[in-house]
Design a protein around this ligand. Structure first.
Ligand SMILES: Cc1cc2nc3c(=O)[nH]c(=O)nc-3n(C[C@H](O)[C@H](O)[C@H](O)COP(=O)(O)OP(=O)(O)OC[C@H]3O[C@@H](n4cnc5c(N)ncnc54)[C@H](O)[C@@H]3O)c2cc1C
Length: 501
């Protein structure tokens, strides 16, 4: 299943010359240690978290500040060389997959928290700063950074912004986009601009909103102003065992319908529990067909009331065991089972696809039943782990690459799950992004006119198409082309009031 590109495509003489020019410029701008062109070292960067796609980059640069980064991007623009931004490379959709004749701009040397201002609940961070390090810095002041992808110990804030990353606690606190107030941004031409502000709202178009979740296709974020959230007075973490995912899903709906918004409600099915037990011995309820990890936080008096209600609602929906963590170690063990679930699946299967789709929460029972059907008719095992409160599914589709045909069967089931999400009014990605992997699914969700409109936004930011080309959109067009149905000149063009990029 691994696909590897080792060298530039035939006839790529122009690209080779362009890359040589950018390499020379990067050596002028950056220290020697920050410019990597030896093949053996370049291979370190050939994939992100989606490791079955691999491309050795033409050049890797590790800028130490925004000026160096902008200089390299400007050189790329001058010579028409594609570039890809990379934070920690934990992405699961191939978004940071390099180009063989392009530059990989890695932000791991830009890890300074430039300002921490608990008094106005803000921090300003460089793009390579690790997500959890923001919380570590803010905690002594009584604050934390709320978006918490399960990869938070290693993923970067720049990557989080580009993917609009979520996490277990986004049910109550919102995704990255709700916590980013401003950003410094290097355009595809290599100019440094500021988007948004520390103030709550800026007039004009929400360009920051366009950049959050744009997966590196509009430019590179070099600094982000993020919101800090006050640490709650009380946190209560429950582990609840059910006989089936149907019961656990019904309990989730009952909790939300009762007007309770827990900080998190996570579900794992029997196969996912088996994997987590094998990997981290998390001591989840024996014989459970599903578990919920429910976290309540806030003022003590409020949490106590919610806790009583949640316990009752779970019991009414069939819970056979309920435990509440009594100390931080127990809380950590409950979360360890959930947060290690992806990697843990390696204990029960040599290979697996981490799928990511989203559906309205009410469709959970129907979609889970259809996934079970797909699994039994195809013989492909599927473990389910998900942010139940958000309806964000992470089916883990298991296969053995060494067995002929298993990888293809797994791919088929994985794609059929996305079709199910679309059919039920959901989306092909909840939080892992489209990247390279899911670009082919975009036309299943959007028609030509929608895709053309998105392409025009991209062209407005990146007219030459050098910022992470080949990602997100299935059939990139040149920006000079008038896309799709919009043939002929627009009346605004004819009147001289507008131009097509
Ligand atoms: C075990 C595991 C668990 C995970 N759990 C979650 C989860 O719970 N929730 C979730 O949302 N994701 C999760 N992820 C996916 C991944 O960690 C997130 O997408 C994360 O935000 C990627 O950050 P990164 O620094 O690794 O980015 P990378 O993988 O390096 O890059 C991701 C994308 O961002 C772009 N990019 C990176 N830096 C910049 C920048 N400075 N400016 C512009 N574009 C940039 C890249 O070009 C690429 O398109 C998980 C991954 C793993 C391996």
């Amino acid at each position: 299943m691994t696909s590897t590109t080792e060298s530039p495509a035939p006839g790529a003489g122009h690209a080779v010359a362009g890359l040589a020019a950018v390499t020379a410029r990067a050596r002028e701008l950056l220290p020697d240690r920050a410019v990597i062109s030896e093949r053996s070292r370049l291979r370190t960067y050939e994939c992100d978290g989606l490791a079955h796609y691999r491309v050795t980059p033409g050049l890797v640069v590790l800028p130490e500040d925004a000026t160096q980064l902008a200089g390299v991007v400007r050189a790329c623009a001058e010579h028409g060389v594609p570039y890809v931004a990379r934070g920690s490379g934990t992405g699961l959709s191939g978004g940071a997959l390099p180009h063989a004749d392009g530059v990989l701009v890695v932000t791991s040397q830009m890890r300074t928290i430039t300002s921490l201002r608990p008094e106005d609940q803000r921090a300003v961070v460089e793009p390579g700063v690790i997500n959890l390090d923001v919380t570590r810095a803010a905690t002594p002041h009584g604050y934390y950074y709320a978006p918490d992808p399960s990869s938070q110990q290693i993923c970067s804030i720049g990557g989080n912004v580009a993917e609009n990353s979520g996490g277990a606690h986004c049910l109550k606190y919102g995704f990255t986009t709700n916590h980013v107030l401003g950003a410094d941004f290097v355009t595809a031409e290599g100019d440094v601009v500021r988007l948004g502000d520390a103030a709550p709202d800026s007039p004009g178009y929400d360009l920051l909103g366009a950049v959050v979740g744009s997966e590196g296709t509009l430019g590179v974020v070099t600094s982000t102003t993020v919101r800090l959230v006050r640490l709650p007075e009380e946190v209560r973490t429950l582990l609840v065992g059910f006989e089936s995912t149907d019961q656990a899903g019904a309990a989730t709906s009952a909790i939300i319908s009762a007007g309770i918004v827990p900080a998190a409600i996570e579900m794992m099915d029997a196969l996912a529990i088996e994997a987590a037990e094998a990997a981290v011995h998390c001591d989840y309820p024996a014989g459970a067909g599903a578990v919920l990890v429910i976290e309540l936080d806030g003022a003590l008096i409020e949490v106590e009331q919610e806790y009583a209600d949640v316990e009752r609602l779970c019991a009414e929906n069939g819970a056979f065991e309920q435990r509440v963590a009594t100390d931080p170690a127990e809380r950590a063990l409950i979360w360890k089972g959930r947060k290690s679930a992806f990697a843990a699946v390696g204990r029960i299967s040599p290979d697996y696809i981490v799928q990511d789709g989203v559906i309205p929460r009410t469709a959970l029972p129907e979609v889970l039943a259809r996934i079970a059907e797909l699994s039994s008719t195809s013989g492909v095992r599927v473990a389910n782990v998900f942010h139940a409160g958000d309806g964000n599914l992470h089916p883990l589709v298991l296969f053995d690459d060494a067995v002929e045909g298993e990888a293809d069967a797994a791919e088929e089931v994985s794609g059929a799950i996305l079709d199910l999400c679309i059919e039920h009014g959901g989306s092909i990605t909840g939080e892992h992004g489209v990247g390279m992997d899911k670009a082919k699914f975009m036309p299943r969700m959007y028609d030509e006119a929608d895709l053309d409109t998105m392409q025009m936004v991209r062209c407005a930011f990146d007219p030459d198409g050098i910022a992470n080309p080949g990602k997100v959109f299935p059939t990139p067009r040149l920006c000079g082309e008038v896309p799709g149905r919009h043939k002929g000149a627009h009346p605004l063009q004819e009147s001289g009031l507008a131009e097509v990029f």
